[in-house]
Design a protein around this ligand. Structure first.
Ligand code: SDX
Length: 384
């Protein structure tokens, strides 16, 4: 029987590779649920530590469970000296996501259960990774700004500690609250490219450190996690709000993609972008000169893109578009936007890995071979 012509799904678009009860992304309705709770419910009532527990354990914690989980995160936020030294030595020599990926790769050296793949060990390592990836991201930002490693304060909450280690001073509660929401909206998003990368790595039974290191590598790209920094760079390049429309029109005419817009699944407004945008509108009126400028540019770019490509091509703002100006308003430097994304998404990565291992199957897709076969070897002296 002649081979049936294989169907190539470029980018695995529309392909289901597993079942999961962690996250529902409704791309048509623009709805997002973590373990059944809408992103709006969680941003309005929860915090990142509790959301991380929910993602990992498929339930909201009771009082004791939440206190214990928060204590585990606090206990694990210190960094081994050699990891701090690596960050100090290399932070200015490579992209922050490479420093983050490399530092996470060092962690097994300090974990006696690094290669124990039992469910209990993997849960403990997930907490270690969620805690330490935030400390590493903060320390990278701190060192790149000329500061020294800040010993974590175990009495602080997770995001409060991140800001303390980043800036070397106790953060104000409003900054903590806004950044905590940013951590929540970045925590999980079903089978996005970086989560898929984690699962591909873990499906070979590589350990959770190796699998999440793969996720950090995948998240770096500007088509994925790197879009937040790229979108802000575009806003700075636009400079004056009155330049916005011409800049965007010229970019589109030149077939450039506008970072922070479009999505493989959302064909309407990304609900996370709506939440993040809410912090921007306040800046448009009350922000300083720079922030007022950025927010006006962002809102004018949003209007133009929606008018031009929203209904016609299903291209709408995604989570990355408004994130940059909000981070700037929190005093966070652009080079650690994506490391923050990674430190948040660490919860989703670990949750998916623990779930997939319950019914593991090596991920090995096919590709349609278009080359030749049975060629005869030609000796070097006979080649042209
Ligand atoms: C994240 O998957 C997830 O869940 C990811 C994420 C998560 O939480 O993990 O949501 C986080 O990565 C959000 C996306 C961040 N990336 C960007 O903002 C980069 C800019 N966006 C595009 O590169 C693009 O929209 C993607 C990559 C996000 C999705 O692209 P697809 O599904 O592969 O679609 P495509 O590139 O094939 O585009 C389809 C059409 C093309 O036009 P035609 O060739 O058909 O004429 O839409 C156009 C594209 O040119 N298009 C855009 C555009 N995005 C798509 N045109 C202008 N600007 C854009 N941003």
């Amino acid at each position: 029987m002649a081979d049936t012509e294989p169907v190539i799904n470029k980018g695995l678009e529309g392909i289901y590779f597993a079942e999961s009860s962690i996250c529902k992304v409704d791309g048509q309705a623009g709805k997002l649920y973590y373990r059944g709770y809408s992103i709006e419910e969680l941003c309005g009532n929860s915090d990142f530590s509790e959301v991380s527990y929910l993602l990992l354990n498929d339930k909201l914690p009771n009082g004791n469970e939440l206190e214990g989980f928060r204590q585990q995160l606090a206990d694990e936020r210190y960094l081994p000296k050699s990891v701090v030294d690596f960050i100090k030595e290399n932070s200015m020599r490579m992209h922050p996501m490479d420093t983050l990926r490399s530092a996470v790769s060092m962690l097994p050296a300090y974990d006696t259960e690094a290669y124990d793949n039992s469910p209990g060990s993997n849960m403990r390592k997930s907490v270690k990774l969620i805690s330490k990836s935030a400390s590493i991201a903060a320390t990278i930002g701190r060192v790149r700004s000329g500061g020294d490693y800040v010993m974590p304060d175990q009495s602080m909450g997770h995001v409060e500690s991140f800001l303390y280690m980043l800036n070397g001073r106790k953060p104000d509660p409003k900054t903590v609250k806004i950044l905590d929401v940013m951590f929540i909206v970045h925590a999980e998003h079903s089978s996005n490219a970086s989560t898929f990368g984690v699962i591909v790595a873990g499906s070979t039974l590589a350990d959770i450190y190796a699998a999440t290191t793969a996720g950090i590598a995948v998240l770096k790209g500007p088509l994925h996690g790197g879009a937040d920094e790229a979108a802000l760079e575009m806003m700075y390049n636009i400079g004056d709000p009155d330049n916005t429309e011409k800049y965007i029109e010229d970019a589109l005419a030149g077939k450039q993609k506008i970072m922070g817009f479009g999505h493989r699944v959302y064909k309407t407004y990304d609900p996370r972008a709506r939440i993040v945008k809410g912090y921007l509108e306040d800046l448009q009126t009350n922000g300083s000169g720079e922030l007022k400028n950025l927010s006006q540019i962002a809102l004018r770019a949003e209007k133009l893109m929606i008018d031009k490509l929203g209904a016609s091509k299903g291209i709408w703002p995604n989570i990355d578009f408004f994130a940059g100006p909000v981070y700037v308003s929190l005093g966070i430097q652009h080079e650690i936007f994506t490391p923050i994304f990674a430190a948040s998404r660490m919860s989703g990565w670990c949750a998916h890995m623990l779930e997939y291992w319950k019914n593991n199957r090596l991920l090995r897709p096919l590709e349609k071979y278009t080359g030749q076969v049975d060629l005869k070897y030609v000796r070097i002296e006979d080649r042209k």
